[in-house]
Every structure is written in structure tokens, then in C-alpha cells.
Design a protein around this ligand. Sequence first.
Ligand SMILES: C[S@@+](CC[C@H](N)C(=O)[O-])C[C@H]1O[C@@H](n2cnc3c(N)ncnc32)[C@H](O)[C@@H]1O
Length: 241
Amino acid sequence: MLSSKHNRTELYDLRPRHKRFKCRTKDPYPDDARQNHRVKRQVNQVVAKKAFQLRCSSKDMAMLLDSASMRSANAVYQGSGLLAKNIHVPNNCRDTVQRMLEAGTPHCSVFFETAHTLLQRDFRRRYALIWLDYCGLIDGNKTFDIQPIADIPLAFQHMRRGEAVLAVTFSWRRTKSHALLARVKELLTESATKENYLVHEFQHKIYEKMLFVLVHVYTEGTPRPTPVASSDLGRRLRNVW
Ligand SMILES: C[S@@+](CC[C@H](N)C(=O)[O-])C[C@H]1O[C@@H](n2cnc3c(N)ncnc32)[C@H](O)[C@@H]1O
């Protein structure tokens, strides 16, 4: 488990290191209102199932965006077999980071920075799972240095070789859901191919004003991903919700 001392060091020391980092003081995501959101739970469950399918070892890592209640981190932690400290959670909102550290469960590595700067910081770091639950626009928000469209190609440079999964959510409030789906799939396919991944599977779900897309990739020379027994999956996910 990561000690809170380490987390606090990250919290207070990262800002000066990233001169352009514009943090948020208030989170735009209404975490409490979504606490019992059924679709959100389902989406996290889909990601957790995929994480289990990846057969992660204690050395593997995941990166995800979460809100203060750490619902996604909990789901992935319980579903995947990853060590909590190997689940990296960047967040650019000071208040949310503070609440994550206070809650402290699971003891994931919380970073007060954007997903982009976390990915850029260490080019050797590779993730089995990247879960970018933006719930925002694909073109992002320049004021806060949030640019999903730039994060995705970078994310593929940081995926584990062999099998890996990347999942994203976007809001389609300024476009048509199917136009956005086509754009996201093209971006994911191009970014994966550029890093020599083959696409095993796409999943998507359109809910309310959101689009969820998951892509399961693998590298040539590794066996094509195989399904896991549903009894194993049931046991692993029994305590997620
Ligand atoms: C939609 S919420 C995550 C919800 C969570 N996955 C759940 O299931 O409850 C996204 C969180 O990540 C933060 N965020 C969004 N884009 C980010 C980025 N590029 N880097 C860091 N944090 C980001 C938001 O402020 C918010 O706290």
C-alpha cells in the first residue's frame, strides 16, 4: 500500500514541476449525485471484468480517472488482482484529490495532475489497463489542459505489451452519438495500430448523454485473448458492489 506520506508529497510537489498545470479548485463532476447511478456501476463493472480477463500480476499497473468516492478504483482493484499502489489515479481538482486521500480506500496512488502529465512523466511506465472516464468533450477544455484527443495516442505508448485494455467515456452533447462513436473508434484504431497493437474487441454503450467505448488490444506474437471462466469471474467480482 502506498503511504499517505507519499501521496501528500505528490499532492504538494507536483505543481511547480509542471509550469503549465492549471488545477481546478472545484470538480465539475457531481460525484455524490452519481453515487448510486445504475449505468455508472454497470460501466465500472464492465471495466472490472475486462481487468480480470487481463490476468494481471503484482507487477502490472493500471491508470484511471476517478471521483472522490473512488468507485472506479474500487471496482478495478477488486476485479483485477492488481496491487492498490499500482493503480494510478491522476486528478486535476485539488478538492477531489484531498477527499481521495482522506478516504484512503483502496490505497491507490493518487496524483494531483492531469492524465496527460502523468503519462508524459515516465516513458518506461506501461499499463495493463487505462480507464479514462472523462465524461467530457473529446476535444477537451483548454483552460484546464484537458485534451482527451491528445491523451489517447499517448496512452497507447504506455500500454503493456501483450494484452491491454483502454476504456473511455465522452459526452456527446455537441454532436450525434453515432458520429462521435465513429470518431472515437477511428482514433482508437489509428492510435493502437501506430503502436503495433492488434484490436481484439470493441465494446460500446450509449447512455444518457454519454458514450462509453472499450478496446481490448494485443501485440502480435502473443496468443489471441481468451475468455475466462464465468465462475472465476463471479467469485472475483462478488464484492465489487
Ligand atoms: C467523470 S469523473 C470520474 C467518475 C468515476 N470514474 C466514477 O465512476 O464515479 C472524472 C474525474 O476526473 C477528473 N478529470 C477529468 N479529466 C481529467 C484529466 N485529463 N486529468 C486529470 N483529471 C481529470 C474530473 O475532474 C473528475 O474528478
